[in-house]
Design a protein around this ligand. Structure first.
Ligand code: SF4
Ligand code: SF4
Length: 194
């Protein structure tokens, strides 16, 4: 199963790399920028978590202990949390970089791109609202991307959205195509805490 999942990830990476390249004038991702790894739920399937664990065990012992401690503390916080959806910084984020980058899950690989569902609904990456990706062409009044701003800033192409929803990228067609089973899906934290 791991080999098949790696084949799927290679396929996904090739697509996403092409999308990032197409959108590069709107993208300002760089090493050390880690807002996308903070304050979220991070949906993960059983298959993705198993692969993440492979990456975890490549880390030196001290890092493993730190990550385990973070998961434990977040789990304790969640037990007494009653304010809706529990959001947290990803425990795998070390010094603003992903410590398991090669093993990160599907959702992590799509951070920063404009997503568009088949019905045409466009979802801007959240960091747009933090002055990052696509922010120059986002109109805060209409809450939409603005053709006028695209012209005003002299961008060559209008921003393009892709179907990158987690549900789509982990759907049964991909499971059949790559002979993989994603399995149960839940927030990353819930895989590591009781
Ligand atoms: S696994 Fe890595 S890329 Fe994904 S949220 Fe955590 S630190 Fe970020
Ligand atoms: S997706 Fe946004 S927050 Fe994440 S690295 Fe790129 S610019 Fe930074």
């Amino acid at each position: 199963m791991q080999k098949n999942y790696e084949t799927y990830l290679k396929f996904l990476e090739e697509k996403l790399t092409a999308f990032f390249e197409m959108q590069k004038e709107y993208i300002c991702c760089h090493k050390g920028c880690s807002l996308c790894c903070r304050n979220a739920e991070f949906p993960y399937s059983q298959l993705e978590v198993q692969y993440l664990a492979v990456g975890f065990f490549t880390l030196e012992e001290k890092l493993q202990e730190l990550i385990e401690k973070r998961f434990y503390e977040l789990g304790e916080q969640k037990k007494t949390f009653n304010g809706g959806v529990f959001l947290y910084d990803c425990p795998f984020l070390i010094d603003n970089c992903c410590s398991v980058y090669e093993y990160r899950g599907v959702v992590c690989r799509t951070f920063g791109l404009l997503s568009q569902s088949p019905d045409g609904t466009v979802k801007t990456p959240f960091c747009c609202f933090k002055g990052l990706n696509y922010s120059k062409v986002f109109d805060s009044e209409t809450k939409q991307l603005s053709d006028e701003k695209v012209k005003e800033y002299g961008y060559k192409e209008n921003p393009l959205g892709f179907n990158l929803s987690y549900e789509f990228l982990t759907n049964p067609d991909f499971e059949r195509g790559f002979n993989i089973v994603f399995g149960e899906k839940k927030p990353l934290l819930d895989w590591f805490c009781k």
